[in-house]
Design a protein around this ligand. Structure first.
Ligand SMILES: *Cc1c(COP(=O)(O)O)cnc(C)c1O
Length: 402
């Protein structure tokens, strides 16, 4: 075992089970391990690396800003935060944005906003506000957020959880209709579930949920931390169904693969529940993060990464379907996704997703199993056709070996 891996195993809490490879360097769609072996990164750090590793424009902005000013806290204005927030609002059609660092913090921000909105605007009695989320969701790891989870491992041992949290099956509009009560503040949903196994809901689901929420004075809040910013072939995954949610949560790729940057976006009527002192974060929107994230948004537009994700995703998916159709029908249960957000659902009775990932790693292709049976393919959005062709060859070789 390598020294880096041994050190991490010895001194690190064992809250992850990484594949046995220690990455030293990255560039574009590739990473190199400590022995100089090159891998194509189909994991992209759970979609945080949509721009590719160490995008030269982002590295330059990071270096320039780091040499100028890092953090001042929100006790003062900075010369870069405003233009980052404006860019984010302009691109998503929201009036206001609240910067945090991790995805989980932005989700917490959304939950706090929704609850306070329910009490101060909707007239829900103190302490009674309810949040509805979906079964199989992943919104992060804080206590309130795992309180929303239906995954036993995420919850077990971490209770008690806050009150007022409910779940309905994902993709089931009628279940949401039944679950909404006069005390419902918000429906929190991933337009495509990521950690849940790249689950795409039935067409029209979000549209119907949006109409229902509108009628019942319930906020629709989309968690696009993983599926947003071009990943699914549109800038936002909710744009596959012409809706505009009441709140939007961004993270991961927003930091350009260099820094943790997250946002909660909403219009004035919702965001104005926050007054000075209500909520905050020392590093939220700090100049280094703001400058990198503003550039990250510019790059997504200028390099047409959403369109690229659509085109390359269609090509990749067609290739995967071709491979799967030539295999023993018992091996793969489903190929699904949108854009470059693709899941290969393996039949666990035949082969585990982890085994597939380990064999792909030997071939120089990095992926990660999610939800036990699903192999995730979510490369940086800058991937080229020839790189997809090479990947398909490796995937075909590995799948044929089972
Ligand atoms: C990763 C993720 C989060 C949490 O983000 P962190 O930065 O890990 O806290 C929230 N929502 C979704 C959909 C995610 O995929």
């Amino acid at each position: 075992m390598s020294k880096s891996i041994a050190l991490e195993n010895t001194y690190g809490a064992e809250n992850y089970a990484p594949l046995p490879v220690a990455i030293e360097r990255g560039e574009g769609v590739y990473v190199w391990d400590e022995n100089g072996k090159r891998y194509l990164d189909m994991m992209s750090a759970y979609s945080a690396v949509s721009h590719g590793h160490c995008h030269p424009r982002l590295v330059k902005v990071l270096q320039n800003q780091a040499a100028k000013l890092g953090v001042v806290s929100r006790a003062y204005y900075s010369t870069v935060l405003g233009s980052f927030l404006k860019r984010a609002c302009d691109l998503t059609d929201f009036e206001k944005a609240l910067p945090m660092n991790t995805g989980a913090e932005a989700v917490e921000t959304a939950l706090k906003a929704a609850r306070k909105w329910a009490y101060t605007r909707k007239g829900v009695a103190q302490g009674q506000a309810e949040i509805i989320a979906c079964e199989g969701n992943f919104h992060g790891r804080t206590i309130a957020i795992v309180g929303l989870s239906t995954e036993d491992q995420y919850r077990n041992g971490f209770g008690p959880f806050p009150a007022g949290l409910k779940q309905v099956p994902f993709g089931d509009f009628e279940a949401l209709e039944k679950a909404i009560s006069p005390n419902t503040a918000a429906f929190l949903v991933e337009p495509i579930q990521g950690e849940g196994g790249i689950i795409v809901p039935p067409e029209g689901y979000l549209q119907k949920c949006a109409d229902l929420c509108g009628k019942n004075q319930v906020l629709l809040i989309c968690d696009e931390v993983q599926c947003g910013l071009g990943r699914t072939g549109k800038l936002m995954a909710y744009q596959h169904e012409r809706i505009q949610p009441d709140g939007l949560i961004l993270g991961k790729a927003l930091g350009g693969g260099l820094l943790p940057v997250s946002l909660f976006l909403a219009n004035n009527d919702l965001m104005s529940v926050f007054t000075p002192g209500d909520h905050g974060s020392t590093f939220g929107g700090y100049p280094l993060a703001a400058s990198v994230a503003k550039e990250a948004l510019d790059i997504i537009v200028e390099e047409k990464l959403s369109e690229r994700s659509q085109e390359m995703g269609d090509y990749f998916m067609a290739g995967l379907r071709r491979i799967v159709s030539g295999l023993d029908t018992a091996l793969v249960q489903d190929v699904r996704g949108k854009g470059l957000f693709i899941g290969l659902d393996m039949n666990p009775k035949v082969v585990g997703a982890r085994d597939v990932c380990e064999k792909l790693m030997e071939k120089g292709l990095l992926s990660k199993d999610t939800h036990h049976t699903v192999v995730r393919f979510a490369p940086p959005l800058v991937i080229s056709k020839s790189e997809i062709d090479w990947s398909l060859e490796q995937i075909e070789t590995v799948l044929s070996s089972f």
